[in-house]
Design a binder for this molecule. Structure first.
Ligand SMILES: [Zn+2]
Length: 213
């Protein structure tokens, strides 16, 4: 089985993918993890990729694609997380699957309510000294703005502020809408509403792929 998981940053897709991989034995292919592994291994691809990442740039499609192609035919099945991100990547993926006599079984789209996502992410805070994470709603430091562990300043990261989250969501939607349409036109997309507890999202995900795990 080859499944593509799509969803905006913060939708919990990575966590769910790891869990599904553990319960089914399918290989979790996260482009972020794969890139880091290539960099650590010091491979030719890793060295090339590192140059782009060090400059804060996206690693080009061709590098990502050749990395994914190495693992796509894994007999245990594959969960693609964070790929394809563009229609060019989706077409290239189809081509390499076709060459291997394989296909995509399902595309699961994690749909989230923007307001809900903003509420959830913007309650995240962290100690600027010891990096202890806090949640300003459910797990706030006992003295406002002061870390319980080290007395450091507890801050909300720029990335977690509502405006930054909304911008990320817009960029994500602009980028991925054409990819979703690409798969929708072939009737391969299952939508799940990715709100609620991680357990309830996992249940919806399992139902969507029909694994009954
Ligand atoms: Zn601290």
């Amino acid at each position: 089985m080859r499944i593509i998981l799509m969803g905006p940053p913060g939708a919990g897709k990575g966590t769910q993918a790891r869990r599904l991989s553990e319960s089914t034995g399918m290989k979790h292919l996260s482009t972020g993890d794969l890139l880091r592994a290539e960099v650590t291994a010091g491979s030719e691809l890793g060295l090339l990729a590192k140059g782009f990442m060090d400059r804060g740039e996206y690693v080009p499609d061709s590098h990502i694609i050749s990395m994914i192609h190495k693992s796509i035919a894994d007999p245990a099945g594959v969960l693609l997380d964070g790929f394809p991100r563009t229609v060019v990547q989706a077409e290239s993926l189809d081509e390499s699957l076709e060459n291997a006599g394989l296909g995509i079984d399902k595309v699961v789209h994690f749909a989230v309510d923007t307001d809900e996502l903003v509420n959830r992410l913007s309650s995240r805070a962290v100690c600027s000294d010891c990096q202890t994470p806090y949640n300003l709603v459910s797990d706030a430091p006992s003295k406002e703005g002061v870390c319980d562990k080290c007395g450091g300043l507890v801050i909300v990261r720029e990335d977690d502020k509502p405006e930054a989250i909304k911008t990320r969501m817009c960029v994500y939607e602009e980028q991925t809408a054409p990819v979703l349409d690409y798969y929708r036109s072939r009737g391969e997309v299952s939508e799940i509403i990715a709100t609620g507890t991680p357990d309830s999202v996992f249940e919806k995900l399992s139902q969507a792929i029909g694994s009954g795990v």
